[in-house]
Design a protein around this ligand. Sequence first.
Ligand SMILES: [Zn+2]
Length: 86
Amino acid sequence: MKRIGPLFPPAGHPRPATDTDLAPGNRTLRSYALQLARIEAALTRMDAGQYGRCTQCNAPIPIHQLEADPALSACSNCEEPADQVI
Ligand SMILES: [Zn+2]
């Protein structure tokens, strides 16, 4: 009879992601979640016709900044909080 391995990977091996991976202590998945939220917010601004404008002062965001970060929501004068820049 063939032996079946353990149901859970041994310590030190990767495991499937779970909801607890989104806890504040998990920086990688947290940064992915933040980036996804920024992209979804940018898509919402596109639908509303506000994409490319600063959400704080309504000034146009220079194209070279949008090319570097298409999800940018604020101009360089207003800037986003540091924890949202990835
Ligand atoms: Zn601004």
